[in-house]
Design a protein around this ligand. Structure first.
Ligand code: DNO
Ligand code: MN
Length: 355
């Protein structure tokens, strides 16, 4: 197991590589090129530069999060073949620079959604939160209210320049139900898998977050049944999962340690996001919490034990953190609380190793 840390690049992240390097036990940077428009081939020179920059800081870059998937692939438009061909080119380029795993998601239009990016906790820290009743209206109103309280950061997918596009996309998804989305996912996987196998790059799908349908859009990675269906689309360790304990754990019906055991044993999990959440009320509303078990609703010892027992040998990153000690950067991606999370997870791992 190696610990990793997500980094948004020297231009867009307040956190620096030397800071990441000083987190005890930190080995890997989880990075991406954030300026390449979705669907285009990643420029080789930029991939090379990122790799060299991370290695010069004494860290490894073996996981990319994410190479995003163009909506035309998810909708199943004829133009998907062009975007899939580009995706395959990107896989080859990443392989050339030692990338072993690509994290991606198959959520229509948006990435993760929260209704509050600065939810206040009793200790004065803030974190990300989600309340069902706040997503029942018009998506644009919801996003506006989140944006108004977000220090200039936007929810992924809701960049203001993309608003017209978002409206167009809602129309384009009108005929795409969960079954159709799964079919399109299978088409995509079957097209890229031979390249992944040949170039030794593992795909690691991230769960839908939150793991339920939102704004009438379908979702296909919400629970263990969905995972079995996705695994069956193409039977190979290269068709793998990112198990995000927070995202799956946001539905109290998901038994996260059991899910970990089943899929790590089947050699389907090269990458983990490990974070805690705390339920508020009984509707599955939650806020994200410090990583420690006693701060949230998930048992982090049982999660790490499931990984340890099944011989997990991939990369773990603390997913999101709270804003603490006055930090005011990208919500969920500050330095301090994620560093505390990594240290705590490394501590649990050491105890499991020595037990
Ligand atoms: C939520 C986060 C996500 C994740 C992407 C992966 O739990 O980890 O933002 O990075 O969905 O594609
Ligand atoms: Mn995650």
């Amino acid at each position: 197991m190696e610990m990793g840390f997500r980094w948004y690049g020297s231009k867009d992240d307040d956190v620096t590589l030397p800071q990441i390097r000083q987190i005890p036990g930190m080995k890997q940077v989880v990075g991406a090129l954030f300026d390449v428009p979705v669907g285009e081939v990643w420029p080789e020179a930029e991939v090379k530069a990122l790799k060299e920059q991370v290695e010069a800081a004494g860290l490894k870059l073996e996981i990319i999060e994410s190479v995003n998937i163009h909506d035309d692939i998810k909708i199943g438009l004829p133009s998907r073949d062009k975007y899939i061909a580009n995706y395959i080119e990107t896989i080859k380029i990443l392989a050339k620079y030692g990338i072993k795993t690509i994290c991606y998601n198959f959520m229509p239009i948006f990435d993760w959604v929260r209704t509050d990016l600065h939810y206040k906790l009793p200790d004065g820290s803030t974190d990300l939160a989600f309340q069902h009743k706040l997503v029942e209206g018009d998506p644009e109103d919801i996003i506006k209210s989140v944006q108004d309280n977000s220090r200039g950061f936007v929810l992924p997918g809701w960049e203001p320049e993309r608003l017209a596009e978002v409206r167009r996309l809602f129309k384009a998804y009108e005929d795409v139900d969960a079954e159709k989305l799964a079919e399109n996912m299978s088409y995509f996987l079957n097209a890229i898998m031979p390249t992944c196998e040949k170039y030794d790059v593992r795909m690691a799908m991230h769960p839908d977050d939150p793991p339920r349908s939102l704004f009438g859009l379908p979702r296909i990675y919400k629970n263990v049944e969905d995972m079995r269906a996705i695994a069956n689309m193409y039977d190979s360790p290269y068709n793998g999962f990112t198990i995000c304990t927070g995202s799956l754990g946001e539905n109290p019906d998901n038994d996260v340690p059991a899910i970990i055991r089943e899929f790590v044993k089947a050699d389907k999990v090269p990458f983990m996001h490990v974070r805690n959440i705390k339920f508020m009320g009984n509707e599955g509303d939650f806020h994200e919490a410090a990583h420690l078990s006693s701060e949230g609703s998930l048992d982090m010892y049982e999660i790490m034990k499931a990984l340890h027992d099944t011989g997990f040998n991939g990369v773990i990153r603390p997913d999101h953190g709270r804003d603490i000690w006055g930090e005011q950067g990208r919500p969920g991606y500050g330095l301090y609380d994620r560093a505390l999370g990594a240290t705590y997870l490394n501590g649990l791992w050491e105890a499991l190793e020595k037990a």
